[in-house]
Design a protein around this ligand. Structure first.
Ligand SMILES: C[S@@+](CC[C@H](N)C(=O)[O-])C[C@H]1O[C@@H](n2cnc3c(N)ncnc32)[C@H](O)[C@@H]1O
Length: 247
């Protein structure tokens, strides 16, 4: 991992996106993704794999909403009660192993974009065996948009960031190829751009607090990185999209 993942950069991104988050949308994006999760028919707890969980914001979020009693009482509950429901494991999804058919749902939030295009399908395929039959697949990811090939400097930007995207149609085909069914895809740039503006503005307001743990250089690098990303979205090179499907 590059300096994008050093501790200072991570603290800085949390200041932008909220505690537990390293990507645009923070808790509001978690609400959208969690809204796609179907409860289990038997009323039991969902076992969810949050691939590339980062600081675990989404995992903590769904652990809180998974059980109505916990939701009602969450203000009184110590965070350790939620922590008991979340297991964070450092591993590479390309080599990790989990028991077969052990997850009700698998969520990829801004993480498949970090897997090279040449490997995305095979990596996804190896993870499919961990999903129960009928289990859900939910993803929020950056995809290529229709102007990607025309825009000067865009490929250099992707190379610099170490991310590789495919367009929404190719993403859907890839999900189909690994055996997912009833694939729903939705582009949502409006959400992405609104959240980037809001999150950077709120970090700017709290800048003096953030600067206690983060250098000026890290703050500026991170702020420019996320602003740049939204400029590529506005220019039509990339788009933010959700994908929901089941095994
Ligand atoms: C942009 S962050 C998103 C973090 C989190 N999902 C969120 O939305 O706040 C991308 C995450 O993907 C993880 N990641 C990248 N490649 C991975 C791999 N091969 N296996 C597991 N995780 C990976 C990174 O470590 C990082 O936590």
């Amino acid at each position: 991992m590059n300096e994008f993942y050093d501790l200072e950069a991570i603290i800085c991104r949390e200041a932008f996106f909220g505690e537990g988050y390293g990507s645009v949308g923070g808790e509001e994006a978690s609400k959208i993704l969690a809204g796609y999760l179907r409860p289990r028919k038997d009323g039991g707890h969902l076992n969810v794999l949050d691939v590339g969980a980062g600081l675990g914001g989404f995992s903590f979020f769904i652990a809180r909403i998974d059980e109505p009693m916990v939701k009602l009482a969450q203000n009184r509950l110590a965070s350790s009660d939620v922590a008991e429901k979340v297991k964070l494991q450092v591993c590479n999804v390309e080599t990790a192993e989990f028991p077969a058919e052990s997850f009700d749902a698998m969520v990829w939030r801004a993480s498949l974009v970090h897997i090279p295009v040449s490997k995305k399908e095979s990596v996804l395929k190896r993870t499919m065996k961990w999903l129960k039959p009928g289990g859900q697949f939910i993803s929020m990811d950056l995809c290529l948009a229709n102007r990607a090939e025309d825009l000067q400097g865009f490929q250099e930007y992707l190379d610099f960031m170490g991310i590789e995207c495919v367009d929404i149609e190719s993403y859907k085909k890839m999900l189909e190829a690994v055996g997912l069914k009833e694939i729903f895809a939705k582009e949502d740039n409006a959400f992405y751009l609104r959240k980037t503006v809001e999150e950077l503005a709120s970090a700017e307001k709290a800048k003096s607090e953030v600067k206690k743990c983060v250098s000026e250089r890290t703050y500026q690098t991170q702020a420019e990185y996320w602003l740049n990303k939204s400029k590529w979205v506005e220019a039509g090179a990339i788009c933010n999209a959700y994908f929901v499907a089941h095994k």
